[in-house]
Design a protein around this ligand. Structure first.
Ligand code: PLP
Length: 406
């Protein structure tokens, strides 16, 4: 076994914003015997998950499932719709948007990165990493693109590095208002199945997601949800693609099979996760995450620490970024909390390294697991000598006690 003996009893508190804690029901489903992926039983499983996942993306169109992490699905989206040297308009909301931009450069595209300018004086952090996508900046840039050279607009729905969401319907309206034909590509790797997401209604061409966040599965599968316009673009795009190519996969998926070996046991888990989510109803699932987020924010506000997201209209329901005072190393606080209380928190990434930590509120959580996590954070802040204004744990208890579950 790997060294888990530091904390010999009880469960580890995995409070990072994905991979999220996996419900026992899903773990049991994954432990079923592996079956022949070309055999007669497999098609039932394949057809079931391919139909079910469309309901989660809220789409009538094909969803491609890859045995890969989210990064693979990012690449799949770009290589299926772009040709070498294509211009793509990306928007810097945080670390993941920046990584996707870097990938576009490596693929030989000409990505342009829009961002809200300036530094926030109170925290010294970039404004762009504290706010969501400003759709009017996208509209203006597309209006200026008179030759309509920009092939795609790429945005992140739930920026996992900051805890900020973006209004995807507003981005669609901006593209339409500019009268621009660019495709809309959306990373909802950490948004799907936790935050409201509507592939068809919001006019998205490719939605990208992964298994290890709101779907409550271990890491290992990822998705591209397609629009008819994206499928058409895929037929003429010239970037090299083989494993990621949608056409063969979509064709074989019609019979419930894949052209390669799919991730059979994770598909059992996916089937179970879809059942669990649809049994509860997606509005209930979204409300649950909003409520958890409000409880966690009540604690952070009582501690008197800034929340990474500076715009209360776009607080993430999936995670909350907590900014530590200048001079306090957020990573040292995180390490202490891990070592003393067996609780993992998300690190500050990229430009936020050492300046903040992230509390995930997704996956197999409930009021009391979140209360335990907040207790660990509050104890850790005090032990690290961080001056906190008040009792965040008490504020969260008051919130959860006063606000019944949906
Ligand atoms: N995009 C977002 C918003 C993410 O949160 C992540 C991972 O956390 C990724 C992309 C990359 O996905 P993966 O690590 O599964 O490759």
């Amino acid at each position: 076994m790997i060294a888990l003996d530091k904390h010999p009893s009880g469960r580890h508190f995995l409070q990072i914003p994905g991979p999220s804690p996996v419900p026992d029901r899903i773990l049991r489903a994954i432990s079923l015997p592996t079956i022949d992926h070309r055999g007669p039983e497999f098609a039932d499983l394949g057809n079931k998950v391919l139909a079910g996942i469309r309901k989660i993306f809220q789409t009538r169109h094909p969803v491609v499932i890859y045995p890969a992490s989210g990064t693979g699905a990012w690449e799949a989206a770009l290589v299926n719709v772009c040709s070498p040297g294509d211009r793509v308009l990306m928007y810097e909301t945080g670390h993941f948007a920046s990584l996707w931009h870097k990938m576009a450069q490596r693929l030989g595209l000409q990505p342009e990165l829009l961002a809200l300018p300036g530094i926030d004086e109170a925290t010294g952090l970039p404004n762009s990493w504290r706010h969501g996508v400003q759709a009017e900046l996208i509209e203006q840039r597309l209006r200026d693109d008179r030759g309509q050279q920009i092939k795609a607009v790429c945005v992140v729905h739930n920026e996992t590095s900051t805890g900020v969401t973006s209004d995807i319907a507003a981005v669609r309206r901006a593209i339409d208002a500019a009268g621009h034909p660019a495709l809309l590509l959306v990373d909802t790797i950490s948004g799907l199945a936790s935050a409201d997401f509507r592939h068809d209604e919001w006019g998205i061409d490719v939605s990208i997601s992964g298994s290890q966040k709101g779907l409550m599965l271990p890491p290992g599968i990822s998705f591209n949800a397609l629009s008819p316009k994206a499928i058409e673009a895929g037929n003429t795009a010239k970037l090299p693609k083989a494993f990621w190519a949608w056409d063969e996969i979509v064709e074989m998926n019609k019979t419930g099979y894949w052209p390669y070996t799919p991730n059979t046991n994770l598909l059992y888990g996916l089937s179970e996760a879809i059942e669990m989510l649809l049994e509860q109803g997606m509005p209930v699932v979204f409300a649950r995450h909003q409520r958890w987020a409000r409880g966690v924010r009540a604690a952070v506000q009582a501690w008197g620490l800034p929340i990474q997201c500076a715009d209360d209209k776009v607080f993430s329901p999936v995670l909350t970024g907590v900014v530590t005072p200048r001079g306090v190393d957020a990573d040292a606080v995180r390490r202490l909390i891990h070592d003393r209380f067996d609780l993992s928190l998300g690190a500050g990434l990229g430009k936020l390294r050492g300046r903040m930590f992230r509390i995930g509120h997704l996956g197999d959580c409930n009021n009391l697991t979140l209360m335990a996590a907040l207790s660990g954070v509050e104890m850790g802040l005090k032990l690290s000598g961080v001056a906190i204004a008040g009792r965040g744990v008490q504020a969260a208890m008051d919130f959860f006690a006063a606000t019944p579950s949906e």
